[in-house]
Design a protein. Structure first.
Length: 76
């Protein structure tokens, strides 16, 4: 059985996902910066953190485009 989700609930879920992706992006950026600054031996870990941050950045852009079409095209 599948549940029917109305548009308001779908938007709330997308907004929660966007907030989560934003928090993860900030966390991975901070982790990447910390690793790059403090430990040259952990360059692979810093690169991994950078990659994960980029992935969350991409997710965030997609969710932004769903919630606010055209927003990602605006200059920052």
């Amino acid at each position: 059985m599948t549940d029917v989700v109305d548009s308001d609930e779908l938007l709330r879920r997308i907004q929660r996902a966007r907030a989560c992706a934003h928090e993860e992006l900030l966390a991975w950026r901070a982790r990447s910066a910390d690793l790059a600054r403090t430990d040259a031996e952990r360059a692979d870990d810093a690169a991994d953190a950078r990659t994960r941050g980029l992935a969350y950045e991409a997710v965030l852009k997609v969710l932004d485009e769903i919630v606010t079409p055209g927003r990602s095209a605006e200059p920052r």
